[in-house]
Design a protein around this ligand. Structure first.
Ligand SMILES: *Cc1c(COP(=O)(O)O)cnc(C)c1O
Length: 353
């Protein structure tokens, strides 16, 4: 990797590490001591800086606040068995952030600033990487349009920032989901494949409505026919039907999850058949009728995998078997073993710093 010639590092004078209650790391409650900030203006990226975590100073007319030019990533660093720190698949997250930036007309972040800046930041805040089983340092790179202008336009000034937050293992309870027929998360030609702020804001309302109806999440459907499964909440979705893992193929309305990709690779390594094909709701109903569906789960960085216990399809409730989801548990366990160095990293996903 090309190295950054300069990176300005301004260390905190007093760490807030002692304020952390390591037994209760609610998601996003704590921020590590430092953050990386890099400004873009006059057509170029300035020198990245690692500075104490602090509030930003922005003009009230900063364009991100009005027209939604904001993108983000979510990834994790783990404490390995030998004490070293592993940032999981940073290049894949970097490439996805470039795609998001392109879709939102934002400038590409240079590879060295993202990857090396990330590494330096994690090294500096290495004490913030928890070591208890399943916990991790959640890493949130993001970019916002900072140019102060009220007119609707593509901004000419941006900030790229990385902040970190120690998080504990999530053991999500099996959730109830609803096939969402009235609202869509993403449409063909839209921004569904990009991790841009607007996608999430637009998903709150349907999700709240589903909660009022007694569900935890919605299953998003395709925008054209309203018949094909796309994602589960903010996670990709997988089903085990007749011993095969089935998941919708990537498209411009499905986010290319790093967890999705990794779990599919691990499944194929283990000889579990995987099918990436459009999944019609009728196919799900049929599988419930024939009892051939054994598992349904969402997959994403925050929880790795989250079991689904019930799917509401057009006023009917379909229940998954209540026993442990064997395929899901196998994949989750294998995934965690690779990320913490217990099993060999044959796909070179680990970036040990
Ligand atoms: C981030 C995200 C995912 C999961 O991606 P991971 O890289 O596995 O965390 C899935 N769907 C949506 C809509 C997302 O924003």
């Amino acid at each position: 990797m090309e190295t950054i010639e300069e990176i300005i590092i301004q260390k905190i004078s007093h760490s807030s590490l002692h304020l952390v209650d390591w037994d209760h790391l609610e998601f996003g409650k704590y921020n590590s001591d430092h953050m990386l900030v890099c400004d873009y203006a006059e057509g170029e990226w300035k020198v990245p800086e690692i500075v104490p975590f602090s509030n930003l100073s922005l003009s009230p007319t900063a364009l991100a606040l009005h027209y939604g030019q904001t993108i983000f990533e979510g990834m994790k660093a783990f404490r390995m068995q030998d004490g070293s720190i592993n940032i999981f698949r940073p290049r894949k997250h970097y490439e996805r952030m470039l795609l998001s930036a392109e879709r939102m007309c934002m400038p590409a972040i240079p590879r060295q600033i993202f990857l090396e800046g990330l590494q330096r930041l994690v090294e500096l805040d290495s004490n913030w990487v928890p070591s208890s089983q399943g916990s991790a340092l959640y890493i949130r790179p993001f970019m916002i349009a900072t140019e102060a202008r009220l007119g609707v336009k593509v901004a000419e000034e941006y900030k790229f920032i990385i902040v970190n937050s120690p998080v504990e293992t999530l053991y999500p309870k099996p959730i109830k989901v609803k096939i969402e027929r009235d609202f869509v998360r993403a449409c063909r030609g839209g921004t569904g494949y990009a991790k841009c702020g607007g996608n999430y804001g637009a998903a709150f309302y349907p999700t709240q409505k589903a909660r009022q109806e007694g569900f935890d999440q919605v299953i998003w459907m395709d925008s054209r026919e309203n018949n094909y499964v796309e994602e589960s909440g903010m996670m990709n979705v997988m089903f085990v039907i007749g011993d095969k893992i089935m998941t919708p193929p990537l498209s411009d309305s499905i986010l290319d999850g790093v967890t999705r990709d990794s779990l599919l690779v691990l499944a194929r390594d283990a000889g579990i058949p995987v099918e990436e094909k459009p999944i019609h709701v009728d196919q799900l109903k049929d599988a419930f009728r024939k009892n051939s569906i054994s598992e349904a789960f969402g997959v994403g960085t925050a929880a790795v995998a989250s079991a689904i216990q019930m799917i509401g399809i057009d006023d009917l409730k379909y229940y998954l078997p209540s026993g442990p989801f064997k395929v899901m548990e196998f994949l989750k366990n294998k995934f965690n073993r690779v990320r913490t160095g217990l099993d060999p990293d044959i796909h070179r996903w680990n970036h040990v710093v």
